[in-house]
Ligand binder design. Structure first.
Ligand SMILES: [Zn+2]
Length: 338
């Protein structure tokens, strides 16, 4: 078995023998590398400005379209999708659906005697638009742990969808319903879910929806008529937004959507402002993360993002799985697990 190491250096770096792969770099990747892989279009995973002339650059068609529409950057790349198998310098690069946002992928690097999985952000639960991510058959798993804290248990999507529809029906009876969430992710999911309502979509969401073929909803010029549903990002001043809506329409329901609202303290803070906080997330919740690890069969797990340290500790102490947070470049030690 050869020399393996993985670390975070403004992007995930995987090295095995003489190969180096860089995943989701936010700064210009240090050469030499065999390939740079992009998992999805969120800005904390892709920075188009550092990817010009980077080759080979690998991503899904949808991610490239999102970057082009949102940021105006066309990046020369090799297109992959769920089920793709690509050989780069004798390393097999496999792509899998990550279930996180449209176009999101997880990757497996198969070095012949070692398989390494990199999840990117992922969700095991299917949504109205995406199927759920399946565990990766790997020796080493590098996985996100955004909600890697036992407090984060989400209701099922069916329950969340039902609750949302009830709020939308109530809000649109006399006034409007405003739904706030990440433009990439919640933007598409809510558009698909509520396409049969009188729907208005913020321009930053509409631009992404259009290139993904989700042609529902209009962009409002001024305030939409009563009876409308408005999908938007999170505004800087929600209190002001609510004041404006209530003075215009008399009544309005305002909903913020994020997995973080599974924590009661966060939801009740918004409740005091008159905002419904609903835990609709593009990520797996804590049980989903655990399930993913167990179905991957990995012998070693690196955790990254969010609750990485807490989740690695849980895997070690409760499940006896060798796990640690992905080290930074400066904290590198050899991992003698292989
Ligand atoms: Zn993401």
């Amino acid at each position: 078995m050869g020399r393996f190491r993985a670390y975070y250096d403004d992007g995930i770096v995987v090295e095995y023998e003489n190969s180096r792969f860089v995943i989701d770099p936010l700064k210009k990747p240090v050469t030499p590398f065999n390939a740079v892989l992009i998992t999805h279009g969120h800005r904390d995973h892709v920075n188009p400005r550092v990817l010009y002339n980077v080759s080979p650059l690998i991503m899904s068609d949808e991610t490239a379209k999102i970057i082009r529409a949102r940021d105006g950057d066309y990046l020369r790349h090799i297109t992959v999708g769920p089920g793709s198998r690509l050989v780069i310098d004798n390393v097999l690069v496999e792509s899998f659906n990550a279930g996180h946002v449209v176009g999101s992928l997880s990757y497996v690097l198969d070095f012949g005697d070692l398989r390494v999985g990199i999840t990117g952000d992922f969700n095991v639960e299917p949504s109205i638009l995406l199927s759920g991510a399946k565990g990766l058959d790997v020796d080493v798993l590098i996985m996100e742990a955004t909600y890697g804290d036992p407090d984060y248990v989400f209701p099922s999507r069916r329950e969340v969808y039902e609750e949302l529809r009830a709020i939308v029906d109530d809000g649109t009876r006399d006034g409007v319903t405003v739904l706030m969430g990440q433009p990439l992710g919640r933007g598409q999911e809510l558009t698909a879910l509520l396409k049969d309502y009188r729907l208005y979509v913020e321009p930053s969401i509409k631009v992404i929806n259009n290139v993904l073929g989700l042609r529902y909803g209009s962009v409002a010029s001024g305030l939409p008529p009563p009876g409308s549903v408005i999908i938007m990002g999170i505004p800087r001043d929600t209190t002001r937004l609510i004041r404006t809506l209530r003075s215009k329409y008399g009544s309005a329901r305002v909903v913020a959507l994020s997995g973080m609202y599974a924590k009661r303290s966060r939801a009740s803070h918004l409740g005091k402002l008159g905002i419904d906080a609903i835990p609709l997330s593009s990520h797996s919740d804590f049980p989903g993360l655990v399930d993913f690890v167990l179905s991957s069969g990995a012998r070693f797990v690196y955790t990254v993002y969010g609750n990485a340290a807490k989740f690695a500790k849980y895997l070690r102490s409760e499940l006896g799985i060798m796990a640690r947070p992905l080290p930074g470049h400066g904290q590198l030690t050899m991992d003698y697990f292989l």
